[in-house]
Design a protein around this ligand. Structure first.
Ligand code: B12
Ligand code: SF4
Length: 497
């Protein structure tokens, strides 16, 4: 059997794992990829350019010409509308072709996803075992509608199968099938992306882990870690194949288990020894860990600090595991040891006002972060923050409907912000984008004197350019990779490749 996966704008570890499991079971896979130029939900979102480079029709042609037995989409809330558009276009041409949606958005609102005409099945939760069982059953010519984790649409009714246990031993998974993305992502001599764990011990109210944890109650240990040997096998094998020059650990919390980290990093240094980046919280960073990070080649940490307001952090975001002292200590250690870091900042947290924005800006603008990513809080489906905003009347039923249908406003440009608050957000976002290139004294002056509003006169392109320059200046491969990706795909577009 042949499964065609469909994806947009970036590499997907989910698809890579599903593909390798299907191949191990004797099936074939293909990827129909949309570069998503200027609509990638990252820096360069520009509607008129996005229309010019729109590749959806080409993707539909590619899906059809790949002659699949099943078409499989991996959907988050941000690419859900795009996926629906393509799924419908495929159904118009090949009505009998089965279509399955899986991923974070499908897991959060499976019933709503299945209400769409073009979609036959939804995978709720982890997909490796479920998709193999499904394709095996399709091969036998008799769709088995009792597969755990999969919801089916059968004669107008929805069959909701229960969740299966979480994959307890991640080492049992085959290595991710990177070959699918090779010609789209430029992996050779570039960045290598992987995960060494699944899950996170915390339950921040805006995060998807909060949704997943409830879904998986009684279904096994939520935080799971691959063994050191298993991760190293992957890195060694893929180094021979891709000659990667940096590694990006995409774990929710790479330092979730300091003992594992210490053991791993000693081996990593011996066997791999290329610069790497990872995401973590500040509470786990002390001097010893800092030195280990530096010595083993960590060039960049990503901290999701979000706000410096203590009530927001503790009561609204449920991040009481991280204290202001942890944040200050971790950043000082990074500065002392010369490890670059970026900070994520959520703007528009319910209950916050100008006083909180100022408090956060004064702190963030005085750090040496190479990037301060200022996002408007986006209410993702079924997260605790969304549910409580609904109860408090911050979000109406219509808003919830929009969010669950993937029609909420983009996280960068607005989410639920309106009026003056939206204007302030846009100005502050520009300020944060320019901050890493401004002398500290000027940043401090702007933050202390509340001068952000003036940044509304800065053209948006200047801020985007500044983010890219800051990223290149910090030497972090992310900026380089991003620019290479655009040149490569624009060149392919121009030559019709
Ligand atoms: C790596 C990552 C990225 C990478 C790569 C994105 C990617 N597509 O993989 C980058 C840096 C590009 C990125 C960017 C963004 N990301 Co991101 N990212 C992640 C992260 C940390 C890991 C994703 C991952 O690889 N997981 C490992 C795989 C194996 O697990 P999985 O995706 O859950 O897939 C399993 C099942 O869901 C299922 N499944 C998935 N797809 C399918 C399909 C089928 C057919 C089937 C049967 C099953 C199935 O099977 C898989 C294997 O078990 C997640 C957090 C997380 N832990 O998931 C956030 C996460 C996905 N990101 C998120 C967000 C918001 C973003 C951004 C919008 C902004 C930001 N904060 O950076 C951007 C824009 C992305 C875009 N273009 O749309 C949110 C999405 C929330 C939502 N409801 O959609 C998440 C969940 C984090 C969070 N805050 O909660 N991200
Ligand atoms: S620490 Fe990060 S990954 Fe873990 S629940 Fe909070 S936001 Fe999500």
């Amino acid at each position: 059997m042949k499964v065609t996966f469909v994806y947009v704008a970036s590499e997907s570890l989910a698809i890579e794992y599903l593909s390798s499991c299907l191949k191990a079971a004797g099936h074939k896979t293909h990827l129909s990829f949309d570069p998503g130029l200027f609509d990638d939900k990252q820096y360069l979102c520009t509607p008129f350019l996005a229309r010019m480079f729109d590749a959806k029709a080409k993707v539909v042609d590619d899906i059809i010409s790949s002659a699949p037995d099943l078409v499989a989409f991996s959907v988050g809330t941000d690419n859900y509308i795009w996926a629906l558009h393509i799924a419908r276009a495929v159904k118009e041409r090949r009505e009998e072709l089965p279509i399955i949606f899986g991923g974070i958005h499908a897991t959060a609102v499976p019933e709503r996803v299945l209400q769409n005409d073009g979609i036959d099945m939804v995978c709720v939760g982890e997909g490796e075992e479920a998709i193999v069982e499904l394709v095996n059953s399709l091969e036998k010519g008799q769709k088995d509608c009792r597969i755990e984790n999969i919801w089916f649409k059968c004669n107008g009714k929805i069959i909701k199968n229960p969740p299966r246990n979480l994959i307890a031993d991640l080492d049992t998974l085959p290595l991710p099938d990177k070959s699918l993305f090779e010609k789209h992502i430029l992996m050779r001599n570039g960045k290598y992306m992987l995960m060494t764990s699944r899950g996170c011990p915390y339950t921040c109210t805006y995060c998807y882990n909060d949704v997943l944890k409830h879904f998986y109650i009684g279904k096994g240990k939520f935080v799971r870690q691959r063994t050191v040997g298993n991760v190293l096998n992957e890195l060694v094998a893929m180094k021979e194949q891709y000659y990667y020059t940096s590694v990006a650990f995409m774990d929710d919390l790479f330092l979730v288990n300091p003992r594992w980290f210490k053991e791993f990093i000693a081996e990593y240094k011996k066997a791999i020894n290329v610069p790497y980046s990872c995401m973590t919280t500040t509470n786990v960073i002390d001097q010893d860990i800092g030195v280990l990070l530096k010595d083993s080649g960590c060039t960049r940490l990503q901290f999701g600090i979000q706000t410096m307001s203590i009530p927001s952090r503790n009561n609204v975001l449920r991040r009481s595991f991280e204290h202001s002292e942890d944040i200050e200590r971790a950043l000082q250690i990074c500065d002392r040891l010369g490890i670059s870091y970026s900070i994520d900042h959520l703007f528009g947290i319910p209950g916050e006002g100008e006083k909180d924005y100022k408090l956060t800006a004064e702190f963030f603008s005085l750090t040496n972060a190479d990037r301060i990513c200022c996002y408007a809080l986006f209410y993702y489906p079924k997260t605790s923050i969304t549910e409580s905003a609904k109860q408090k009347g911050i979000l109406s039923d219509d808003d919830i409907e929009h969010i669950e249908n993937g029609q909420g406003r983009l996280y960068i440009y607005g989410s639920s912000l309106k009026g003056e608050e939206l204007e302030l957000f846009k100005s502050m976002r520009k300020f944060y984008a320019l901050a890493p290139l401004m002398p500290k004294s000027i940043r401090k002056f702007v933050a202390r004197k509340d001068l952000y509003a003036y940044f509304r006169f800065v053209p948006r392109w200047t801020a985007i350019l500044s983010e890219i320059i800051a990223s290149l200046k910090s030497g972090h491969p992310r900026g380089n990779d991003y620019i290479k990706y655009y040149f490569y795909h624009i060149a392919r577009w121009m030559t019709g490749a």
